[in-house]
Design a protein around this ligand. Structure first.
Ligand code: IFM
Length: 450
């Protein structure tokens, strides 16, 4: 394991050295015959426990959003890891289910722990680096019942869990993500009322964001206390937000505000160690300087899926006629490069590398996924040419799974739920093998309209 970490450190040093030589100016898009990625690039796929494992009881199942057997991964993980080995990906991002591991406050389920240890060992034995998320949208019911993330005093429960889990699993895991997509979670659960606990209270959503920032900082320190050389970060969803009418100052102002709140505030809080966010009409988020928060990320990780256009009223819209996936999310590969440049601003402050911790689309008949993959990878390659230190790309997802409130209808897998490889899965395997792809593939796989 330590060897793998050192290899990675070398890759980072090389990437970071490159990023210092090529400073911020945006270079003209380059053309290549073959899009080569750097040696040691971390290719991988990503999943989350509740979406794939099956048989989990937590706040979602208690609320009637039961994933049931999900993708049955708890029973089929060896077969799934055989698939990962065939795919040749050196990394795999998964989550461990807090509700399973700590069914009652402070009482840990050793059997569940040993099962995860077996899974993680199996990945390591295959030479696949596990990257483990500690909170990926789902909670133990006892934690949800005591107010979840709405109460600052509950943060300590999460920190206790992180201390225990990272201490127990530190021989198998060197990559930790404290939290997945904190802003998506806060707004879906407390503003849109679409996810448990189905509240519609914007001030509460902002309070939850504040508590998640503080929880991340404490969890980051807790994991480092167990394993000082671990890589610890969190996965931020970055949806590119742009003014609906480019020259309209009201659209621009609203975009600036939303973009700061949704995309940058969390990163800023970490790189500055404090946050003062206030706009009229909603509760401010105020975090005075906190040394545990300051610098609490060893890599900048983001999940990129789509872009929304912002109107003066704050609506997030998709322009008619643009290519979309089955969930009506715009397919906008150029947005990935824009987001990489934004992430680079924050990564540079802390001198850390960047990982694309999720990217993918819902595409049941796999007619768009190959073009999507190639076009997004081309943008990453361009970012690398600009000196942006991108260390890895994790595709969401390995196999079709439970897509939250959309259930099983949205199919994000490189494999389907029966584990049949889709053509895009085979293409990803080839890309990983060649550590890149011929430019001709881009022409051979144009993006079809849906
Ligand atoms: O399925 C989700 C995942 O849990 C978090 N990121 C976005 C994915 C697709 O919606």
């Amino acid at each position: 394991m330590k060897v793998a970490v050192n290899v990675f450190q070398t890759l980072f040093s090389t990437l970071l050295a490159g990023s210092l030589c090529v400073s911020a100016p945006v270079l003209a898009a380059k053309k290549a015959d073959f899009y080569h990625f750097p040696p040691g690039f971390l290719w991988g796929t990503a999943t989350a426990a509740y979406q794939v494992e099956g048989g989990i009881q937590n706040d979602w199942s208690a609320a009637g959003l039961d994933a049931g057997q999900a993708a049955d991964h708890a029973k089929r993980y060896e077969e799934d890891f055989d698939t990962l080995e065939k795919m040749g990906t050196p990394a795999y991002r998964l989550s461990i289910e807090w509700a399973k591991l700590e069914p009652e406050p402070g009482k840990y389920n050793r059997q569940a722990l040993e099962e995860y240890r077996k899974m993680l060992k199996s990945l390591n034995q295959r030479g696949i680096q596990p990257m483990v998320t500690l909170f990926h949208f789902t909670l133990p019911t006892w934690f949800a019942q005591k107010g979840g993330w709405t109460r600052p005093e509950n943060i300590q429960d999460f920190v206790r869990f992180c201390t225990w889990a990272s201490g127990e699993l530190k021989d198998e895991v060197h990559w930790w993500f404290t939290i997945n997509e904190p802003l998506v979670y806060a707004f879906k659960s407390y503003d849109a009322g679409a996810w448990p606990p189905f509240q519609k209270d914007r001030n509460m959503a902002l309070r939850v964001i504040k508590h998640l920032i503080l929880a991340h900082a404490e969890a980051y320190r807790a994991v480092h206390a167990q394993d000082p050389i671990a890589w610890v970060g969190f996965a931020k969803n970055i949806t590119l937000l742009e003014p609906n009418v480019a020259g309209n100052p009201l659209d621009q102002a609203m975009t600036g505000f939303q973009s700061y709140l949704f995309n940058e505030a969390f990163w800023d809080a970490i790189s500055q160690g404090e946050l003062n966010f206030s706009v009229p009409g909603v509760e401010p988020i105020q975090i005075p300087y906190n040394k545990n928060l300051h610098g609490s990320m060893d890599f900048v990780a983001f999940n990129y899926y789509t872009r929304y256009m912002i109107t003066a009223s704050g609506a997030q819209v998709t322009r008619p006629g643009v290519p979309v996936n089955e969930l009506n999310w715009e397919i906008y590969p150029e947005g990935l490069l824009k987001v990489l440049r934004l992430a680079h601003k924050h990564a540079k402050r802390l001198h850390v590398p960047i990982i694309i911790s999720e990217n993918g689309l819902a595409d049941a008949d796999d007619s768009q996924r190959r073009a999507f993959l190639l076009q997004h990878l081309q943008q990453i390659w361009q970012g690398l040419q600009e000196g942006i230190p991108v260390a890895g790309y994790l595709h969401w997802s390995l196999m079709d799974n439970y897509e939250w409130a959309d259930g099983f209808a949205a199919k994000f897998g490189l494999l389907d739920i029966q584990r049949k490889w889709r053509p895009s899965g085979l293409m990803f395997q080839e890309i990983v093998k060649q550590n890149g792809f011929p430019a001709a593939w881009l022409e051979q796989h144009p993006l079809p309209a849906k």
